[in-house]
Ligand binder design. Structure first.
Ligand SMILES: Cc1ncc(COP(=O)(O)O)c(C=O)c1O
Length: 441
């Protein structure tokens, strides 16, 4: 089977005249989908269909925004009924209270939440809160971690040629975009991740001027790189010792790796935590959360956080329903996506061993998994990823799968995910297609 995508091709012709790169976010365009992206029309469960009518098993799931898959009947019912009562009021809402109550019940170490729309905004606010509370200016982030496209954190987030990264004791800070003033990231320090000595050194040298250490819980913008056992707890302890706030960015892991996210999975008590992606079940809903003594900083705009679209009404109905569905029957939804992710990981690694002589390695944390092409047995940090992962090979692999009805992300540095709607047959079909792709590419 090879898909024809001529209707997508025609749309791309039109799109290029009115949309930059024919899309609205670079990673969806020809950078990752050559020569043009498939334009999607519809989704149901774990399936999506493009404008040519081709059907795909979707493992990208809107970059992790859909724990219940597409057009889940409960979400459709609740949102359809909600929309008849209005789209957005920008006033206090009952559903806002109910959703926050559900979240606080699930999240260890969280007393209050504040709703925003995107992970980027939430992360920008998280950093501002840290600076506001501590009165300190600097923020420490890690190489290869992405926290959205806010200027102050848009440093050293992309894969680079290894020789440009500098000494691991003092990584070169690499701006990820033009248009950033040196001032916007002058106060952003960069450290290597998954290395206890490195963060100890950085905090010993700069702790007195650092407001917070911000970290992804699982490195999820370089495939999937789990934290080494105990690493995040150690970072948290060091933060406490140096009077630095510990900020866990759970935009990807929140409401995915466990009901209480990575905080629960790794037994962490962050001062600041942010959510997005899965939280909105496809709607733009994000949140900043933490204990009372942290969250009170945004009261009355002491540390300012505003937004016309904060707590979007329809999105919150979807969020509340997603939380109810995922936690039903003793968190059956969370257990299911984890089981599917684990099964995908072991089955794909098995195929890799038989077909591909170990060139492909699948790394995962529960429902998040990603195949990387490397001669290493494991990728444990950003520098290994930059040096030893063949991104071109992944691009060919994902294109081959797409032509055969499997939609793994075309973005070479992101990851794939499971939802409650994937079936054993989906796994079987994907494993077979992966075997064929590995033979062919
Ligand atoms: C860890 C992390 N933080 C923040 C963001 C930004 O979220 P958004 O794309 O909703 O702005 C992302 C997006 O990929 C992310 O992976």
């Amino acid at each position: 089977m090879t898909y024809s995508t001529s209707e997508s091709g025609k749309l791309f012709e039109r799109a290029q005249k009115v949309l930059v790169e024919g899309v609205s976010s670079g990673s969806r365009g020809p950078l990752n989908y050559k020569p043009y992206p498939p334009y999607m029309r519809e989704g149901k469960g774990a399936r999506i269909w493009d404008v040519d009518g081709n059907e795909y098993i979707d493992w990208q799931l809107s970059f992790g925004c859909l724990p219940l898959g597409h057009a889940h009947p409960k979400i459709v019912e609740v949102v359809q009924s909600a929309v008849e009562g209005g789209t957005h009021f920008a006033t206090a809402l009952e559903v806002e209270v109910e959703t926050a109550e559900l979240m606080v019940n699930l999240l260890p170490n969280v007393d209050k939440v504040r709703f925003a729309n995107t992970g980027t905004e939430a992360c920008m606010t998280g950093v501002r809160i840290a600076r506001g509370i501590t009165g300190k200016r600097k923020v420490l982030k890690f190489e290869g971690h992405y926290h959205g496209w806010y200027d102050g954190l848009l440093v050293s987030s992309n894969p680079q040629i290894p020789s440009t990264l500098g000494h691991p004791n003092d990584p070169v800070r690499i701006a990820d975009s033009s248009g950033l003033t040196p001032g916007s990231w002058e106060d952003t320090l960069v450290c290597v991740w998954n290395d206890e000595d490195a963060i100890e050194r950085a905090l010993a040298a700069h702790g007195h001027e650092i407001a917070c250490v911000v970290t992804e819980a699982v490195m999820s913008n370089m495939g999937v790189i789990p934290p080494k056992p105990g690493y995040l707890k150690h970072v948290q302890e060091l933060c406490r010792a140096h009077d630095v706030l510990f900020y866990l960015d759970e935009t990807v892991t929140g409401f995915r790796v466990a009901p209480g996210g990575a905080m629960e999975l790794y037994d962490l008590q962050p001062d600041i935590v942010t959510y997005g992606k899965a939280l909105g079940q496809g709607f733009p809903v994000a949140a900043i959360a933490g204990p009372d003594h942290i969250m009170e900083s945004i009261e009355h705009g002491k540390v300012l956080h505003f937004g016309s679209h904060n707590a979007p009404r329809l999105g919150l109905y979807a969020t509340k329903t997603m939380l109810e569905e995922m936690t039903r029957d003793d968190n059956a939804g969370f257990k299911k996506i984890e089981a599917i992710g684990n099964e995908m990981t072991s089955r794909l690694n098995e195929v890799a061993r038989t077909v591909n002589k170990n060139r492909m390695v699948v790394q995962s944390v529960g429902s998040m998994f990603h195949p990387v092409f490397t001669d290493r047995e494991e990728i444990t940090n950003y520098r290994d990823f930059c040096a030893d992962v063949d991104l071109g090979m992944y691009r060919k692999f994902a294109a081959h799968l797409r032509e055969n009805g499997i939609f793994m992300t075309g973005n070479t540095i992101l990851h794939n995910l499971s939802c409650t709607e994937h079936t054993s047959q989906d796994i079987e079909d994907t494993v077979n297609a992966v075997g064929n792709a590995l033979e062919d590419i």
